[in-house]
Design a protein around this ligand. Structure first.
Ligand SMILES: Cc1cc2nc3c(=O)[nH]c(=O)nc-3n(C[C@H](O)[C@H](O)[C@H](O)COP(=O)(O)OP(=O)(O)OC[C@H]3O[C@@H](n4cnc5c(N)ncnc54)[C@H](O)[C@@H]3O)c2cc1C
Length: 424
């Protein structure tokens, strides 16, 4: 394993643009009529795609982001709002920030997609048409029996839910119990739920006898295993009780009960993170086949592989390439997608040998383990010409294995870099 101070590793971790940097901007080719790309969702995937479409595309290329919220609130670093290290305001990124690149923002919700007519229907009643459509709607949840997000918040889409969970943790009594569930993989941010348990255990250090019960639907820790095993068995021994194979069955918040395949657990605060699937807009578009939770795409362009949907591209958490669902990864995929769309609109191929060999993505996550120490995890992926899928580059998979003040400081550099590359 390489040390995080190794320049190569450090560049990969902190440089959000590293993965897709190998993709140089395609040659601009004049198009007779101005083309229009609509990007649905202005989060990590959508904002990056819109910005790079304007940077790399023909100057006349029209790019429109549609999102119901005028400001995106970053999930990345949102666990630090629970500990009052950051305010929610520090995680707010107005979509108007991309106006300087020529991106148009429309505040609305897409309620329908017609891939044949290449139109989207908005909640306001308007209908917009485009040449290419990018769907970057994030995730939606599979609702567990009896679950209500108001009484048992997920706080897995940052915003009001994050504040609600923070207030509930702060109001917890001494000797109280906080229960958190982890959905089956794949889910958004593989180390995120374990990181949250550590953050909450650190906060609860101020409350005598208070503890965390972490109920994981998976067979074991899904990311940064060495780091979290050390944290649960050492630093937080007696504070965090970790149970694997705990499949969520039902929730009764009034009784403070979480029903799982391992039995019933009772707590004062229930943080239920339900199973994930592609966002509603992606599912409604027809891009998710029956029986699947995610949208199959060609990783050379992120175009849907569902018949009749080749002009619809899906990036970020909703796509189903098997790469980790993270903001860093959504940013990298968005650049591959933007590069492909610019080429396709210019009548070029996206599967030329030199391009195919330059299609790489990467992901990094920093996890606060205490109020001043963090751990990190990184992985890179390359296009495999045989399977036509993205495959993990084995040598790139690394985790810090422990936590340090140095990594905590680096975490802010990394996040600022990612936010700047995405939203500013
Ligand atoms: C606690 C936590 C910590 C995390 N930490 C990290 C980390 O350290 N590193 C990392 O890389 N990732 C991290 N992540 C994961 C990261 O936040 C997600 O993977 C990332 O946000 C996915 O980007 P996306 O574009 O797919 O979706 P999002 O960023 O969620 O954006 C989706 C957007 O689509 C919009 N939308 C949805 N439906 C519609 C519709 N019908 N019409 C119009 N707009 C719509 C939404 O309003 C939203 O703005 C973390 C996540 C959590 C919860």
């Amino acid at each position: 394993m390489t040390h995080p101070n190794d320049p190569t590793r450090r560049d990969l971790l902190i440089g959000a643009t590293a993965g897709a940097a190998a993709l140089s901007a395609p040659a601009r080719i004049s198009a007779a009529t101005p083309r229009h790309v609509i990007v649905v969702g202005g989060g990590f995937g959508g904002s990056t795609a819109a910005k790079y479409l304007r940077l790399w595309g023909e100057p006349s290329l029209r790019v429109t982001i549609i999102d119901p919220k005028p400001v995106h609130i970053s999930c990345v670093m949102s666990n630090l709002v629970l500990s009052r290290t950051l305010s929610l305001g520090a995680l707010r990124f107005p979509h108007a920030g991309l106006a300087s690149y020529g991106v148009t923002f429309v505040k609305d919700t897409v309620i329908g997609v017609d891939p044949a007519a290449m139109t989207v229907e908005l909640k306001s009643g308007a209908m917009l048409s485009c040449d290419k459509l990018v769907l970057a709607g994030g995730i939606s949840f599979v609702k567990p029996q009896g679950w209500n997000q108001r009484t048992a918040p997920h706080a897995w889409i940052a915003g009001g839910q994050t504040m609600q969970l923070r207030n509930m943790i702060e109001a917890m009594p001494d000797h109280g119990t906080y229960i958190q569930t982890i959905p089956p993989s794949p889910y958004r941010c593989p180390p995120g739920p374990y990181e949250r348990a550590c953050t909450v255990a650190d906060i609860l250090g101020a409350k005598p006898g208070a503890r965390v019960i972490l109920l994981d639907a998976n067979d074991g820790i899904q990311a940064s295993k060495a780091t979290f095993t050390r944290a649960f068995n050492g630093l937080y021994r007696g504070k965090i009780e970790y149970r694997s194979g705990a499949e969520l069955v039902a929730v009764d918040a009034a009784a403070g009960e979480v029903h799982t395949s391992l039995g019933v657990f009772r707590g004062d605060v229930l943080n239920i993170i339900p199973p994930h699937r592609a966002s509603v807009v992606v599912r409604r578009s027809g891009a998710v086949p029956k029986g699947s939770h995610w949208a199959p795409v060609d990783p050379l362009s992120y175009a849907s592989t569902v018949q009749g949907m080749k002009n619809v591209h899906i990036i970020g958490d909703s796509q189903g390439t098997g790469q980790p669902k993270s903001g860093h990864m959504a940013n990298a995929q968005a650049k591959v997608c933007a590069d492909a769309i610019v080429r396709l609109l210019a009548g070029q191929r996206v599967d030329g040998i030199s391009r195919v060999r330059s299609v790489t993505t990467n992901s990094a996550c920093y996890s606060p383990i205490t109020h001043d120490k963090a751990a990190w995890l990184t992985a890179a992926f390359a296009y495999d010409e045989t399977t036509r899928q993205m495959r993990l580059v084995p040598a790139s998979l690394a985790e810090s294995g422990s936590w340090s003040r140095e990594s905590y400081a680096e975490m802010f550099d990394w996040a600022n870099n990612l936010w700047t590359d995405t939203f500013r």
